[in-house]
Write a protein that binds this ligand. Structure first.
Ligand code: FAD
Length: 396
């Protein structure tokens, strides 16, 4: 009997892990369980909001994983995992036994974190922090808004999926509004006091969208108190009301629900792992990768999840082939588009240091503050190239 690895979740972490495990080991059954037949990436979903790309641009399927890489893709949801019996139950009633299981379920919203903001409220005030229907909804609201309207973006505290994401979103929504509704405004009501690549973003806003985007730090507006989704209104802790035409509320997050239900998360809602292999610190033979995992200094990004998927595949391959665990190196670059021809980035290489993933000194950094238009144009081109190469690395 061939050993069996079950991978739960076919996003950046899970799809990458499945493909690379096959590269490392031929004699293993790889089952990828993912409910969606079409996966929409969050990366580049902000270009869809801005009308720069159609939603199909960010849609991917699992055909090549199936046909070229011998991965059995099962379109179901995993409802229960029994780490002792080593079995995963599916929504259709089937049970899959496994030798190793990889959980890559991404995030779920913490629906109990903000008074008035639950799954129903997210239909009126979309988060669009998981791509697909939520992206369509927010795009439709932006299209329906009158010129002169106000868009509020409300990002959460750290840690959350894609630290530069809300600010790239503000930029590209501004790009859309500047062309189609130039009297409109964007107000960012942040939970935080500062944000990723802040200096670079603000410099870009000044250059491309002067006066259009206002960023307010948490202590200046009072922080999130409650919301009235029907009224599209956010109330601060001091009950000050902020009403807008479109509200993009990005709530606090936690590891995908199945990870919590399996008892793999800590009190903060994220899953501690041995950061060298991504094996759960709580249950052996069970691995957690991607946004759901606590991964030292790595941000919750698609590139990080892809890198972790490969490291985890190598760790499982080492077990299956009975060889020593390789010494991993991890990588991440987050590109952000401030405009279609204006890109900025933050990059790092990571290694295990003192039992944790830490960035290697002088291995990366952010784009220079002093750079000419050609440099920003080149980085926007690299961002598009990154998207093409990472999606073909996962799904091609
Ligand atoms: P996901 O990609 O979300 O995949 C999880 C999958 O698990 C989902 O398909 C889900 O259906 C499935 N799943 C969940 N529960 C179950 C279950 N019980 N059974 C079966 N399947 C299940 N990252 C970058 O690197 N670069 C970027 O430019 C970038 N831009 C972003 C822009 C935005 C607006 C946002 C919101 C995010 C962006 N990110 C970016 C971050 C990136 O999207 C995430 O970090 C990445 O998707 C994490 O991968 P993952 O595999 O952990 O989760």
């Amino acid at each position: 009997n061939r050993p069996r690895v079950v991978i739960v979740g076919g996003g950046f972490g899970g799809a990458s892990c499945a493909k690379y495990l096959r590269r490392y080991v031929q004699d293993v059954e790889i089952l990828l369980v993912e409910p969606q037949k079409t996966y929409h990436t969050c990366p580049f979903s902000n270009t869809v909001l801005a009308g720069m790309n159609p939603i199909d641009f960010i849609a991917h399927d699992y055909d090549t994983l199936r046909t070229a890489h011998g991965v059995e893709v099962i379109h179901q949801t995993v409802s229960e995992i029994d780490p002792v019996a080593k079995a995963a139950s599916l929504d259709d009633g089937r049970t899959l036994g496994y030798d190793y299981l990889v959980l890559a379920p991404g995030i779920d919203m913490r629906w109990d974190a903000i008074e008035g903001y639950d799954a129903a409220a997210a239909e009126a005030m979309p988060h669009a922090w998981q791509a697909g229907d939520q992206t369509r909804l927010l795009r439709a609201q932006l299209e329906a808004m009158d010129d002169g309207g106000t868009v509020i973006i409300a990002p959460p505290n750290n840690p959350f999926r894609c630290p530069p994401g809300p600010y790239e979103r503000a930029s590209l929504i501004a790009h859309y509004l500047k062309q189609h509704k130039p009297k409109s405004k964007i107000l960012i009501l942040d939970a935080k006091e500062k944000f990723s690549k802040q200096g670079l973003f603000m410099q870009g806003w000044e250059a491309l969208y002067p006066g259009m985007i206002e960023w307010v730090k948490g202590s200046d507006w009072g922080g999130m108190g409650r919301v009235d989704a029907g009224q599209k209104t956010i109330y601060s802790m001091f009950d000050k009301a902020f009403k807008a035409d479109v509200v993009n509320l990005i709530p606090p997050q936690q590891a995908g629900e199945i990870a919590l239900r399996t008892g793999l998360a800590n009190d903060d809602g994220w899953c501690p792992v041995d950061q060298r292999s991504f094996e759960s610190s709580i249950h052996p033979d069970l691995f957690v990768i991607g946004d759901a995992a606590v991964a030292g200094q790595m941000p919750k990004s698609g590139f990080a999840a892809n890198s972790q998927g490969k490291v985890c595949a190598a760790a499982i391959a080492a077990r299956l082939l009975e060889v020593d665990l390789p010494e991993p190196s991890y990588v991440n670059t987050c590109y952000s588009l401030v405009g279609p021809d204006y890109g900025i980035s933050v990059a790092a290489v990571y290694r295990m240091q003192e039992g944790q993933i830490k960035s290697v000194e002088d291995s990366g950094g952010v784009s220079p503050t002093e750079a000419d238009a050609q440099f920003r144009r080149d980085e926007a081109r690299y961002a598009r190239g990154w998207y093409q190469s990472i999606t073909s690395d996962m799904f091609g």
